[in-house]
Design a protein around this ligand. Structure first.
Ligand code: BG6
Length: 486
């Protein structure tokens, strides 16, 4: 492994930071996501005719609804696991793990509380400056996502977020502000987290989830990203700016050509996002789909050039599981990252039904690299599990051998992809390196970390940090640059 390989961990503001109304921060759409799962799907709270209603996160809002935060309801992300007040302690633990890098996101509404202000919120800017200084004190390279599933609530309620072209301008202003402000601290930027999942979620800030509205909003996201990339290249050529998508690799159920074709088409549905951001134009298969469905994207004259000039420097991915594609109806399904997937009889699954497939990571890396020949950064991978704190000779810990096993197998696959297949992977950040709120279900009991945080699903807990068994294991992996798992 290259000695500069960026080993580290990853989190996101909306699931980790807390302090949702502290330091001048404004509310965002994620703040409206309540706890308590409805068929294991988080619900968004909104007001219609002054009454609070809850709706599953990926359905349209009722007519005239405005996102809101209901009094007395519990929202796990409001305090989350409180990085806001614990960042020094947590970064010291990351340093002890030997992190070379740490992926985090900036909360847009901590910088522009409503989204459309003239001037940024200085207290918010200072918070992240302090965080970056703390990271650099330990030589930890910050990898910063500009938007991880958050949209200012004000923009969602007033102009339907990304449905409006105005949002491009607001987002550009936010990005320019932070890229400029933190120019001496941050080299790696990522514009949008899991752009393929943003498309099917309330993170677009739109009220109606029909395809025409979603594709138009997505077009604005593409343009915003491309403009920020262009501006960053022009003003900070030494910086690297990337795209990020979730790579839910799929296998055909068998060699029936119909299943193979369907798999190819479903993979293209995901690659569509990276095709636009890595190649700089809409692929023909998507344009044909638009014609078939009667979808018309309103564009401005400069949009095509912006897309072309705004191609990214690297591709970052999340990888948790694989899926199966079949033309059979009513095939048995299992859980997945924001989606249900067809079961694969060859794989085990996590407690949430996510199918564990280390080899799938190697296949995914090969597919992505073949397609784009750009450096790849794995910025999310990990196992969500129920952990139990135990007392061993007076020392509290979590015996998470299952997590060690998951990481070990995935890292072996990653190293094979680099060393055997020749894939250019620049780094790996384990997801939820410290326990955070689950993004998909809002649970605390679904934990990913090397560090346990005392907090339960109802907001009770001391927030005390405890090292799990995987802490020392990952520390040894980083220290040996992966050699210890060979
Ligand atoms: C990705 C997201 O979809 O998967 C994260 O970028 C999320 O925000 C992660 O936390 C794992 O999903 P979950 O639902 O287990 O938290």
């Amino acid at each position: 492994m290259n000695k500069d390989f960026l080993w580290g961990g990853a989190t996101a503001a909306n699931q980790y930071e807390g302090g949702y109304n502290k330091g001048g921060r404004g509310p965002n759409t994620f703040d409206c996501m309540g706890s308590g799962s409805f068929k294991n799907i988080r619900r968004i709270s909104c007001k219609v005719d002054n009454k609070i209603v809850w709706i599953p996160r990926n359905s349209s809002l009722p007519n005239g609804a405005k996102g809101c935060i209901a009094d007395g309801a519990y929202y796990p992300s409001h305090q989350a696991t409180d990085f806001y007040n614990h960042y020094k302690e947590d970064i010291a633990l990351f340093a002890e793990l030997g992190f070379k890098c740490y992926r985090m996101s900036i909360s847009w509404t901590r910088i522009f509380p409503k989204g459309d202000e003239e001037k940024p919120n200085e207290e918010g800017l200072l918070f992240y400056k302090n965080v970056f200084k703390e990271l650099l004190k330990y030589n930890i390279e910050p990898i910063v996502t500009l938007n991880h599933f958050d949209m200012p609530l004000y923009l969602a309620n007033s102009i339907e977020g990304w449905k409006s072209r105005k949002t491009i301008e607001y987002f550009e202003k936010y990005c320019k502000t932070v890229i400029k402000k933190y120019a001496s601290y941050v080299k790696y930027w990522i514009t949008f987290n899991e752009i393929n999942f943003m498309f099917s979620w309330h993170t677009l800030g739109i009220s109606s989830m029909d395809e025409q509205t979603r594709y138009q909003a997505l077009h604005h996201v593409f343009i915003a990203s491309a403009r920020v990339v262009q501006w960053c290249h022009a003003n900070y050529p030494q910086k690297k700016i990337g795209m990020m998508f979730s790579m839910p690799i799929s296998y055909p159920e068998d060699c029936n050509p119909k299943n193979v074709l369907k798999t190819y088409q479903e993979m293209n549905n995901e690659f569509f996002f990276s095709d636009v951001q890595c190649r700089g134009y809409y692929p023909k298969y998507k344009l044909n789909e638009f014609i078939r469905k009667g979808i018309v994207i309103n564009k401005e004259n400069t949009d095509d050039t912006d897309l072309k000039k705004g191609v990214v420097d690297f591709i970052s991915i999340s990888y948790y599981h694989s899926g199966v594609v079949t033309i059979r109806e009513n095939a048995e399904t299992t859980g997945g990252n924001l989606i249900q997937l067809v079961k694969n009889p060859y794989l085990d699954a996590s407690e949430w039904g996510w199918q564990i497939d280390p080899l799938g990571l190697r296949i995914a890396l090969n597919q992505i690299y073949d397609r784009y020949q750009k450096p790849i950064f794995i910025v999310e991978n990990g196992l969500g599990a129920v952990d139990e704190v135990v007392d061993i000779d007076g020392v509290k810990t979590v015996e998470d051998d299952y997590r060690i096993y998951y990481f070990k197998e995935h890292l072996k696959s990653l190293m094979d992809a680099i060393e055997y297949d020749g894939i250019d992977v620049i780094g790996y950040t384990a997801w939820g390196c410290i326990d955070i709120v689950s993004g998909g279900t809002g649970e605390m009991k679904k934990r990913y970390g090397f560090i346990h945080v005392d907090m339960d699903d109802h907001g009770a807990g001391s927030l005390k940090r405890t090292k799990k068994k995987s802490f020392d294991w990952y520390k040894a992996v980083i220290a040996s640059n992966g050699e210890c798992i060979r």
